[in-house]
Write a protein that binds this ligand. Structure first.
Ligand SMILES: *Cc1c(COP(=O)(O)O)cnc(C)c1O
Length: 340
């Protein structure tokens, strides 16, 4: 099977497993796991922040990061297909009492005009207060897109004194593809999360970064939600290995995604624009092909290729370190044949 459903499907390599089994361990609830502490400090440093918090998922890092910036009964703004709005199962409302209003833009991009029109910092006692804006970079369901107006939005929010939350699950991909250092993105946000379990290939884990005070509070809430953990260095060791070995190679995944997009664009013109594939995600719109996502997913599976749907007409292929150039080409040619 060639599995391009997500970059979360990777298995730890021999080198990563060795790093996990040799990691020094302690009880992290007591703050005594040296490997967890090293991971948290490493990621905080990379993103230009004072402190970090290792979490079991990116969703938890986002739940903790957003709630640190947005009080119950107030709102966060985000793009309509943002992970925090679509894929965290209402956690920000169900757990934190936070409401959401959204803008909608091609590729999940920042749209400054729409955001300006949505921001309601204090309209009196009849309107929900906007407490933060959340941006996803790269944007997952937007097709792995890099935000082009990231700094412009950060400048405007700075001027308003409104905090930016960065869902940087795939910020590594944005950084490698653009050449912009992680810190240049991270330092613009009051709270930012990155995933270790996506393209970096670790089995588990994300890190939330922010000020020392924000992370102190997030650590309390992590424990309150039942997600404190003990000798978690066995997992943090995988994260450190991933950061040291698997970041630069993301460029290979980006090249593979571009090639997949070119093959699909040839087979189904207009379904995807290869020059808009910034990183490791290809979202192809099947609307004009007359095929349904479900039928293409099933037919591809029968031919040994796993892909996923992210919308009624949208097929998603994600490249990663366990899918070679040849496997990606085979997958694309299989889908192309099915679309033809
Ligand atoms: C994967 C992902 C997350 C976190 O997902 P978990 O499965 O909870 O680790 C958050 N944001 C985006 C954009 C993602 O793609």
């Amino acid at each position: 099977m060639i599995d391009l459903r997500s970059d979360t499907v990777t298995r730890p390599s021999a080198g990563m497993l060795a790093a996990m089994t040799s990691a020094p361990l302690g009880d992290d609830v007591y703050g005594e796991d040296p490997t967890v502490t090293e991971l948290e400090e490493t990621v905080a440093g990379l993103l230009g922040h004072e402190a970090g918090l290792f979490t079991v998922t990116g969703s938890l890092a986002n739940i903790l990061g957003v709630r640190a910036l947005v009080a119950p009964g107030s709102e966060v703004l985000c793009e309509a297909s943002a992970h925090i709005a679509r894929a965290e199962l209402g956690a920000h409302a169900a757990i934190s009492g936070i409401t959401t209003r959204t803008w909608s833009a091609p590729g999940g991009q920042i749209d400054l005009d729409q955001i300006r029109a949505l921001i309601a910092p204090d309209l009196g006692p009849y309107f929900v207060t906007t407490s933060a804006v959340s941006v996803e970079n790269t944007h997952n369901f937007g097709g792995g897109t890099i935000q082009t107006a990231y700094d412009a939005l950060a400048d405007e929010l700075d001027a308003l004194g409104m905090p930016l939350h960065l869902d940087g699950a795939r910020l590594w991909n944005a950084s490698v593809a653009s050449g912009v250092p992680m810190s240049a993105f991270g330092s613009r946000a009051a709270a930012a999360s990155v995933c270790l379990s996506k393209g970096l290939g670790a089995p588990v884990g994300s890190v939330l970064v922010g000020s020392a005070e924000l992370i102190r509070e997030a650590r309390v809430w992590r424990k309150r939600l039942g997600a404190g953990w003990r000798q978690a260095g066995v997992l943090a060791g995988a994260g450190l290995y991933a950061i040291r070995n698997n970041v630069e190679r993301l460029a290979e995944d980006h090249a593979h995604a571009r090639e997949i997009a070119e093959i699909l664009a040839d087979a189904a013109p207009g379904s995807v624009k290869p020059d808009q594939v910034d990183t490791n995600i290809v979202v192809a719109d099947l609307a004009a092909t007359g095929k349904t996502v479900a039928s293409v997913v099933a037919a591809a599976k029968a031919e040994g290729v796993l892909v996923g749907g992210v919308g009624v007409t949208q097929l998603r292929l994600v490249t990663h370190l366990d899918a070679s150039a040849e496997a990606c080409r085979t997958a694309a040619e299989t889908i192309a044949r099915l679309l033809h």
